[in-house]
Structures are given as C-alpha cells and as structure tokens.
Design a protein around this ligand. Structure first.
Ligand code: MN
Length: 503
C-alpha cells in the first residue's frame, strides 16, 4: 500500500439506529466505543486477517460472518488474500492496522472482530495457544472459572504463563503466549491433549469432544480453535450476543478466584463504559500476550508431531471419536506413495441416514473418497452423482462393521467390492478420471468428471464407459466381498458382540 500523509476520513451513517435494545445503545455508540478503545485493541489486531460479524439491524436482526472485504470497501482498507480450500478463488480478509479501518468496519455494523491466531507474515505460525471454555446448559461463568484453574494448574506445571479473558458472552478464554517458532500441528495437539487429559480426570465437569454429546452442566474445552482456519473473538471486541453490549475483557487470575468464592459472575461482565474506565486505570492486561516468549515442552511437541494425523486426514480425525467408533484411527504418517496411476480401490455399502455407496481410491498415500448415493452405474449413458468427502486412511480399505448411532456416519458398513484400479487418463486436479477397475464384482471402465452445479458447488458425475457392466444377482448385491455377510448379518453380529461385551 502506498504511504499516505494522514488517515482517510470515514463517512458515518445511521448513527442513531438502535443496535442493542436494552439501554438503547445506538450504532453511533458502538462506533464511539471502537474509536475510544482503538489504541488498546489495535496492537492485538495488527497484521492479522480478521473475520467480522456484522449486525446491520442490530443484535435482534440478522447477523452474518464477513470473511471477505465487501466490494464497496474503499481502496485504503488493507486486505490479505488467502486461496480458498474448497472452491476456486480467494478470500480477501480485512486487516485492521489503524483507527480509521476500525471505525470503518464499525460503521458497516461490525460489532464483533475475530482475528486469526497468526499474522499475515507467517500464516503457519500461531502466536499463542487458546483454550476456549464454553459452558453447556446449566453451566456458567463460575463453572468455567473452576475449569480455568484446572487448565492453569497443568500450564503452571509446565512453566507456562496463561492469561484469562472473559469472552463477553458466557465463557472464559485462556491465552498462552508463545511468540516463538511453532506450528499449528503442535499447538493444536497440545491443546487437545490438555483438554482430553482434563476430561478424563473430571468427566462430570469437562467435555473435550466437539461432537454434540451431552454437555449439560459441563464445560467444553474447545481446543479446536488452534487451527490455521479458525478465529477467536479479539480482546476488547464488543459482543452481539445479548440485548446489552458486553466486552471480551482481560481479567486477573485473582478476579477469577474471587468469582469462584463469591459466586457472583456479574462482576466479570463489562459494559463498554466499564471497559474503558478499567483500561484507563489498569491499562492493557493482555500486553504480555503480544510480547512474552514461551515454548511448549520440546518432548511434547516432538511427540505431537509423531502421533498427530497428517493434514490430509485431519478432517477424517476431527469428525470421529475413536473411543466410540471401531473405524481405524489415522496413522501419523501417510502410506508411502505408490505409482500415482494405479492402486487399490474399495466400494463400501453404507446404511447411514440414507443407504449409499462409498467409492475410495488409493491415491497420494490416502483414500480419496466419494459418496455415491445410487452406486456405480452398470449401463452406458447413465450418469450418477458422486459427492467428494474427506480423505480416509488406507486402513479403511477393509473396514466393515457398524458405526454407533449418533457418531458421524452412524450405521452399518459392508466391504461391497474391493480390487485394483488403473488411471487411464485425467487427474483429480483436472476434474476428470478415466478409470479401469478390476474388482470382484465390478470390472471395466468408468469415467468420473467434475461439474459445477447450479448453486455453484462442485459435483462429480460417474458414468460407465467402454462396455456395459455385467449385472449382479440380488445375493451378490447384498453380500460382503470379504465375509459373504449381508448387511443385516453385519448389523446382527455387531449387536451380538456388543451384548457379550456387556456381560
Ligand atoms: Mn458413507
């Protein structure tokens, strides 16, 4: 960006519009807060891409997450382009490095500011670890305070200083400053291991899985925010969660302790006025988060690197709780790359919420996977949809059994066909794969190709090419190529196993 003499002027609009109904807090009040807090919040936003939460009609109207700088943003608003993962193109994140940009964002009704944990100069390096303590129904800030001290105890034991802030909603967040060379794999694994350890010790108080399991009366230690794609609400950001504005405000450990004793969580809710008054008096309690250099225990980060799933299998791992499902855990290393134009394939029949087939091709050390609702076509001229899903570990080739109800993909899985394939032409990147399958049930050529659907999503289609495939008998259709069992038998065996396990 070209240097400029002075900050641009921001034109404000609709200043009298009510944004928070309870005390008739207007949009003008929101902007005034951000102008007043600018010198405190800006160091924490500096050089970080940020997601805005905009409330054009105040907190009782619709809100939306703004990742991309809107088209009408003036040229002096700094942006940072990040290539999209799931589709073509890029997201132009706003970067807020001056008071004018902050005020401009507030004027487009951004009440909340959620920066990433890294700076634009080094998108793979988080500057801190965050533990987001999120209370379920029946739990509150006091429950979070109890959990905060349990997390602190572990961190203290490792010689790591941590800094608490209230989220301004219902929970607490602990920041562990690092400001040293570290990867998201290490911080994510560290936060996850800490959360799981605490859940094991205090199962009545703590939950560490993202899955929607019973959270009543307990606190989720959300470790998953330690990821290159996640943001956390900024310190000093206003929240749009209530009819009154509250600020995500740093607090002292002593204050957290006092709340535990007094059982009066209201003392940790800060209105904009209270927040500004406190800042004038005590300054930025979060200043050390930007400066303090700390390192996670080396033995831990090495272990984390050795046991964490490769990034290609992160999604697979995140969706599953391996204490509940018998599906294979991803191994830390991908299987060695073989010839990229051939490999094994499997088609699994899967009675999840809808019966479907899953096609998986061994490629680049994992199983590239598609859900094919109606299965592969056998006749020429028939096209079937196939939806790309997350990569699966190679060991999934022989997975047969029942995924428990309530888990991701809950239902019975049969290894319906298995064999080898050869890539005759095309590639994933080109969105076209001409495949020759040599399976036990399916043999011959199929063509898979990617199209853009009317709503802008990528969909694969799969068609039979070459010769029509031979038809299968009903018996073959419902029989495992590994064990000859039917879907019903697999489900029944699983039930019997479960019964014997209970005895
Ligand atoms: Mn499936």
């Amino acid at each position: 960006m070209a240097p400029r003499a002075k900050l641009p002027e921001v034109k404000f609009s609709n200043l009298t519009k009510i944004f928070f109904p309870e005390k008739k807090v207007t949009k003008g009040d929101v902007i005034a807060y951000y102008v007043a807090v600018a010198r405190f919040i800006l160091p924490h936003l500096r050089d970080r891409p940020v997601t805005l939460i905009r409330f054009p009609d105040g907190v009782e109207g619709e809100k939306f997450y703004e990742k991309n700088a809107p088209g009408f943003a003036p040229a002096w608003i700094q942006t940072h382009a990040v290539a999209r993962k799931r589709s073509e193109g890029q997201t132009n994140y706003i970067v807020i490095n001056d008071a004018a940009s902050l005020a401009w964002c507030a004027n487009i009704a951004a009440i909340e500011f959620h920066p990433f944990l890294h700076r634009i100069s080094n998108p793979q390096q988080p500057t801190h670890v965050v533990f987001d303590l999120d209370p379920g129904d029946g739990a509150d800030l006091i429950t979070c305070a109890r959990v905060a001290f349990l997390v602190k105890e572990i961190l203290d034991g490792l010689g790591l200083k941590s800094f608490p802030k209230v989220s301004g909603s219902k929970g607490l967040q602990l920041y562990v400053p690092l400001n040293t060379k570290i990867s998201y794999e290490a911080t994510g694994a560290f936060a996850k291991a800490t959360a799981e350890l605490l859940q094991r010790k205090h199962p009545d108080l703590i939950v560490s899985q993202m899955a929607k399991i019973q959270r009543r009366g307990r606190v989720l230690i959300d470790w998953s925010q330690n990821s290159p794609s996640k943001t956390t609400v900024a310190v000093y950001s206003m929240r749009g969660k209530n009819r009154t504005p509250y600020i995500s405000m740093p607090v002292e450990w002593l204050e957290v302790k006092r709340v535990l004793r007094s059982k009066r969580p209201r003392t940790l809710f800060f209105t904009p006025d209270a927040a500004l008054k406190r800042l004038d008096k005590s300054g930025d309690l979060f200043a050390p988060v930007l400066k303090l250099k700390q390192t996670l225990p080396k033995a831990f980060t090495q272990l984390a690197a050795a046991i964490s799933a490769p990034p290609q299998l992160q999604k697979y791992e995140d969706k599953r709780d391996f204490s509940l499902t018998a599906e294979p855990r991803p191994t830390p290393k991908l299987s060695p790359k073989k010839n990229s134009t051939s490999g094994r394939f499997v088609i699994q029949k899967h009675a999840a919420s809808h019966l479907h087939y899953d096609l998986r091709l061994e490629m680049d050390g994992t199983l590239k996977s598609w859900a094919v609702p109606k299965g592969l076509p056998t006749e020429l001229g028939v096209k079937r949809s196939a939806f790309a899903v997350e990569d699966h570990p190679i060991s999934y080739l022989k997975f047969e059994g029942t995924i428990p109800k309530g888990q991701y993909g809950g239902g019975t899985v049969m290894v319906w066909d298995i064999g080898t394939y050869r890539l005759l032409s095309g590639s994933l990147a080109e969105g076209s794969l001409k495949l020759l399958f040599t399976g036990k049930k399916l043999t011959g050529e199929w063509h898979m190709f990617k199209i853009r659907s009317a709503d802008g999503k990528d969909v694969w289609l799969i068609a039979k090419s070459g010769q029509p495939a031979k038809l299968l008998t009903p018996r073959q259709e419902d029989s495992s190529i590994l064990t000859r069992r039917s879907m019903a038998q697999i489900a029944l065996d699983n039930y019997a196993q479960w019964q014997s396990g209970r005895r």
